[in-house]
Design a protein around this ligand. Structure first.
Ligand code: HEC
Length: 246
């Protein structure tokens, strides 16, 4: 009975059948496609993961310009040999602001995702000036011109604005303050270089690239440790430390 009703009311009427078929398929399509347009989709940034500072962003643009990704990946894979060599494997929530991402696919040199803090600033300066000076036998090319050229604060602001339109949470104040922020952070690196008898200017390209390299993987490592501490505390039945809970 129900069967013949169905046939009489819907299947025998071509137009009705077509409309209802379209509706049925559209529901499936909407459910699958609509969320892709939602901003909230994708990995959430982990605790403490912030967009790069203007100086670090300038360094990142140089990293991309010079094609460092041709020899260096930025993704520690979850295999024992990798984690023993590089440390924690890379979580998606660490690299949410990395646009375009620098995971890379070739490793002629080592992975750099956790290189931040591994060496002093002066090491990076000397290594980029002449890789053979710090790493005998290295096949990495020299990048000595980075010592002689300066970054353009307006280009950094343009990069920040471009990222802002893509959803990176830079505020207009941060963009306006970028030239001053470059001097501040660059000045700290210059002070450390000078302690090693190297002279540089806060806006030297080599200083910006050093700033970029020195933060790689650092905040992520902290975030992962916090997650592990929270999990261990749960397992031990103790209270989760307040800092992790909120
Ligand atoms: C032709 C391939 C090649 C290119 C291009 C290259 N590197 Fe390297 N890089 C290497 C090799 C090989 C090593 C390992 C030996 C050494 O320390 O120099 C290395 C080592 C490094 C290290 C030390 C990593 C560690 O954990 O010890 C850093 C940092 C680095 N490179 C940064 C850069 C940056 C920044 C660029 C772009 C400006 C760059 N590299 C371009 C091949 C390359």
């Amino acid at each position: 009975m129900a069967d013949s009703m169905h046939r009489k009311l819907i299947e025998s009427k071509g137009a009705v059948m077509a409309v209802l078929t379209t509706v049925a398929i559209s529901i499936g399509g909407l459910v699958e496609i609509a969320p892709l347009y939602s901003e909230a989709l994708g990995p959430e940034p982990m605790e403490g993961i912030e967009p790069l500072t203007p100086l670090e962003l300038a360094g990142r643009d140089i990293y991309v310009r010079e094609g460092c990704y041709n020899c260096h990946s930025q993704m520690v894979r979850p295999f024992r040999d990798e984690t023993l060599r590089y440390g924690e494997w890379t979580r998606a929530g660490e690299i949410v602001y990395d646009r375009p991402f620098q995971m890379g696919s070739r490793r002629i040199g080592p992975d750099l995702q956790r290189v931040g803090g591994k060496y002093p600033d002066a090491w990076h300066y000397e290594h980029m000036d002449d890789p053979r000076a710090t790493s005998p036998g290295s096949i990495m090319p020299r990048y000595s011109w980075l010592k002689e050229r300066q970054i353009d604060p307006e280009a950094v602001q343009a990069s920040m604005r471009a990222l802002q339109t893509l959803g990176t949470p830079y505020t207009d104040e941060q963009i306006a303050d970028a030239p001053a922020a470059i001097q501040r952070q660059g000045g700290e690196i210059v002070a450390r270089l000078e302690a090693g008898n190297l002279s540089a200017q806060p806006d030297d390209q080599i200083v910006a690239l050093t700033a970029y390299l020195q933060q790689l993987g650092v905040a992520g490592r902290k975030a992962i440790q916090a997650q592990k501490d929270a999990a261990a505390a749960l397992e031990a039945g103790t209270e989760i430390p307040a800092s992790v809970e909120d």
